[in-house]
Design a protein around this ligand. Structure first.
Ligand SMILES: NC(=O)c1ccc[n+]([C@@H]2O[C@H](COP(=O)([O-])OP(=O)(O)OC[C@H]3O[C@@H](n4cnc5c(N)ncnc54)[C@H](O)[C@@H]3O)[C@@H](O)[C@H]2O)c1
Ligand SMILES: [Zn+2]
Length: 340
């Protein structure tokens, strides 16, 4: 992180840093010092915690006519997504500094916007991908394990989603046909997560990074991000629509929601018992959710399952599957997962 000033100076000489209070405490000073050592003038605007159109407008207002050349977002996916659209609306370059490896937003050009009740209300696009993605594993290793496990969930699903998207002739996030490179990355992402998760979690417990931790973070941030944006998504991410409609589950971390979504996708793919047992064992070790209750649902009723299934069935990602799926297929898959 102490090298960020040098990188920023290649892009411009005025910057706004968006970060919540906690993240400011973690890395605000080092970013400030490194920027000023390289002649980059930096102002901090605190992030209020939720990515809404109102929050984006508030920050753009606060920036006013000062026209910074660079917007830096430091933190989790919400701060990063907010910065992308603030950068677009103020005509600045965008730099992302993930301080958690909790999902695949740091490298992408899109931002997912919610209302105050966590309901998804839009997907916006920055004009391009971030100018720089700066990852410091010495900071990421100090973030809570739940956030890392969410990143593992978000990374694990990509191989299955890109495969489905390609087999269905679906489009990637740019509206183009998925290149084979994206499939190769998605598979490398899966293999890296499977190979390194246990040793990386041990490193997390000690607070000292090792090769496995570096590899896991690379999979969760870089491979996962490039794989989804160029490869396309499918059922696992489509399920976040319906899951976000359930109180309690709505506030579960994105990576945990998609991990549950993958269980649904694998049921729809009619994977055999040995395959599902292997995945479930991995989920237990990786601290990923196996049931809706692990995502924060109070009680699992028929009506909750119906709501998740009906709302998810409408998601466009559901069409990127090798056969047509309806709400009833999804409800039956959820019922099998809950009964397992
Ligand atoms: N645009 C994309 O491509 C994309 C992809 C996936 C997810 N997302 C979005 O990402 C968001 C979810 O992101 P998230 O799961 O990171 O949640 P989040 O942004 O709420 O961040 C989680 C929390 O982690 C804290 N935190 C950050 N760094 C920390 C550290 N080092 N130590 C301790 N705490 C730290 C933050 O203060 C925050 O409270 C959702 O809005 C989702 O839609 C976007
Ligand atoms: Zn994701």
């Amino acid at each position: 992180m102490s090298h960020i000033g040098k990188e920023l100076a290649r892009i411009g000489h005025s910057a706004v840093l968006i970060a919540d209070r906690r993240v400011q405490e973690i890395c605000g000073d080092v970013i400030q010092q490194s920027a000023s050592a390289e002649g980059v003038d930096l102002t901090v605007i605190p992030f209020a915690g939720e990515i809404t159109y109102e929050e984006i407008a508030r920050i753009v207002d606060e920036i006013g006519n000062s026209k910074p050349e660079i917007i830096i977002s430091a933190g989790g996916g919400k701060t990063i997504d907010t910065g992308k659209i603030v950068a677009r609306d103020t005509g600045a370059a965008f730099v992302s500094v993930p301080t958690v490896a909790s999902n695949d937003s740091p490298t992408s050009h899109i931002a997912v916007i919610y209302d105050k009740d966590h309901k998804l209300v839009g997907v916006e696009e920055n004009n391009g991908n971030p100018e720089l993605v700066l990852v410091d594993t010495d900071i990421i290793i100090k973030a809570p394990i739940e956030l890392l496990s969410a990143g593992v969930g978000d990374a694990l699903v990509k191989a299955f989603e890109v495969e489905q998207c390609i087999s269905a002739g679906g489009k990637n996030v740019f509206g183009a046909t998925s290149p084979l490179t994206a499939l190769a990355l998605a598979r490398a992402c899966y293999d890296t997560v499977r190979e390194h998760m246990i040793v990386a979690y041990r490193a997390h417990a000690t607070g000292e990074t090792n090769e496995s931790f570096e590899a896991l973070v690379e999979a969760c941030v870089l491979m996962s991000g490039l794989a989804f944006e160029s490869g396309g998504l499918s059922v696992s991410h489509g399920m976040t629509r319906g899951l976000s409609a359930i109180p309690g589950v709505a506030s579960a971390l994105h990576g945990h929601q998609v991990a549950y979504g993958l269980l649904v996708q694998l049921e729809l793919e009619e994977r055999d018992a040995a395959f599902m047992d292997d995945i479930r064992a991995f989920y237990r070790d990786a601290k990923l959710p196996l049931k809706l209750s692990h995502l924060g649902a109070d009680q699992i009723t028929e009506s909750i399952i119906q709501t998740i299934a009906t709302v998810s069935a409408e998601a466009s990602h559901m069409k990127k599957f090798n056969r047509e799926i309806c709400a009833r297929d999804i409800a039956e898959a959820i019922a099998r997962i809950e009964a397992a």
